[in-house]
Ligand binder design. Sequence first.
Ligand code: NDP
Ligand code: OXD
Length: 319
Amino acid sequence: MGAATPENPIVAVHSTGDGPSAWVAALKEEMPGVDARPALEIAGDDLARVDVSISWRLPHGVLARFPNLQLVQSIGAGVDHILEDPDRPGHVPIARLIDPFMATSMTHHIVMQILRWHRQADKFEGYKTEHHWPMSEAFDHRHLHVAILGLGTLGEHLSRALTALEIRSTGWTRSPRAVGGVASVSGPAALDDLLTRSNVVVCLLPLTTQTEGILGSDLFAKLPKGAFLVNVGRGGHLVEEDLIPALDSGRLSAAALDVFRQEPLPSDHPFWDDERIYITPHIAAEVNPSTASIVFAENIRRIRTGGTPTGLVDLGRGY
Ligand code: NDP
Ligand code: OXD
């Protein structure tokens, strides 16, 4: 671990979007007496009092201003936004957020997208406009097989929910992983076989040097024709220029994207106007200040009492 806990320690909080105030308030609610402040407002002697940073997309270089930092806590399950900071003090541990609320929220989003595609919701919207009442439509969920790339906290939750809905799924992991009642395979060789028997692919991987660009033409070519892609991992997983050709060729029939290489997605990006691409603005599993603060408060207590925080990242693996 890093330096000793400073006297009168401060938690430095940063978030994009609505800013840090909701996070500061939720943390104070959960941990009365905590000295939590917006990270960008901490200056002078107070910089040495910061022992914990809780952040989402903190500007690069800010972590390096805290000489007694002991924990970098991500506001989010992904930590790529922290690892990207070239000035990050490398010896300070990083924790990702493991929050059951997020897992449920992510599962709801993905199930919604899969069922929207499978039950052809867009077609029925069109029928409504036309006042058309088709004589029959067959939906056979037994033909669905979902490949879940990344069977971690979120992937495992999804897999269990799909099983309850009688939708088959198989998870893909880096190292062999036995999760009771959940089918899984691991390693690059097993992925090829999994793809050939999956008509839905869900990416729930962390962004690492190994997973960057994994959703590209090579992977699409292994899928059965007409497959459906859901990317909720990171924009860097998708080779964006390979998506529209895969849709045009019929290899993919549609894609639901929640994350993009550039966020917000630029207004002139071709994905906006392609009706085969469902777009959501990185809201698949929004972090919730009141539930996440329970985890943050526990990790602050642990780091200040010599304990081990939950969700510690293996810096060698990158997640
Ligand atoms: P976990 O760390 O719990 O799980 C990651 C999974 O990915 C593990 O099963 C891991 O395998 C697998 N994995 C990692 N690298 C590889 C690889 N090279 N080959 C095969 N499998 C690999 O993460 P979470 O489930 O908590 O979150 C996953 C990601 O979801 C986050 O990193 C983030 O990018 C994204 N996310 C997106 C959100 C959104 O709103 N769009 C919200 C929250 C998260 P193993 O089990 O062997 O370690
Ligand atoms: C996360 C996210 O990583 O919101 O939690 O993407």
